[in-house]
Design a protein around this ligand. Sequence first.
Ligand SMILES: NC(=O)c1ccc[n+]([C@@H]2O[C@H](COP(=O)([O-])OP(=O)(O)OC[C@H]3O[C@@H](n4cnc5c(N)ncnc54)[C@H](OP(=O)(O)O)[C@@H]3O)[C@@H](O)[C@H]2O)c1
Length: 246
Amino acid sequence: MKGKTVLITGASSGFGAAMARTFAREGARLVLAARRKEKLKELAKELKTEVLSITLDVCDRAAVERELHSLPHPVDVLINNAGLSRSMDMVWDTSPEDCDLMIDTNVKGLLNVSRQIIPKMLKAGSGHIINVGSISSHDTYPGGGVYCATKFAVKAITDTLRKELVATPLRVSLISPGMAKTEFSDVRFKGDKARSDSVYENIEALSAEDVAEATLFIASRPAHVNVADLVLFPTNQASVSLLHRN
Ligand SMILES: NC(=O)c1ccc[n+]([C@@H]2O[C@H](COP(=O)([O-])OP(=O)(O)OC[C@H]3O[C@@H](n4cnc5c(N)ncnc54)[C@H](OP(=O)(O)O)[C@@H]3O)[C@@H](O)[C@H]2O)c1
């Protein structure tokens, strides 16, 4: 990844922060985006590579256009990672605010960023778009209706882009992780620590580093190899809802 510029959204925690560390280790130049400025600042301090940190809400289309319009280096790898779940409520009980936030972040946010970067990749004649889907891009579970809908949308957008770009050198990949221990459940359960801790009880979930290493694998294949969808489970998970707890 030496000399390549990698743009990671949602880089302030979890998968995004681990990807920043992993790609920095491999010599990539980084553009890191998220809303929490302090977290990005702390992360940038520890990375031994060139880092541009951008405080950015991917839902804010005007801000995305402004901030990503003219970056100092062309983006070689775009990792659309920013995302969240805000509920485990049944579809009919999910509040309009939670619906909006999940759809705005996971779907419209990904589109806002992609709209800025893909035309530049096309002009440059190279680039790799890696979208962070989920096992929830493939299957659903009670309480996950809206989140799964957004992740199915991420898969639909990714599959469509791969078809639209088939005649170009651009690559389009999806990574679909199963259960991983990050801030994800804290955000989903709105700070209810007992509830978020219980998600990871008696099972060894994936770590953010596991997902980052898999993402590096996708990004570091030879130019003629495109990983279409990499599904990554913890060993004791076999589907979105089949988990074995010790
Ligand atoms: N953990 C899992 O089990 C799991 C499994 C499969 C897929 N995923 C997906 O993996 C991705 C990363 O999640 P994670 O597990 O690493 O959770 P996380 O630790 O909560 O990280 C989420 C990241 O997204 C950023 N983000 C959220 N809303 C944003 C916005 N509007 N604009 C910019 N950045 C935003 C957050 O940064 P700020 O708060 O600073 O903005 C944070 O850096 C998400 O797309 C998630 O859906 C997670």
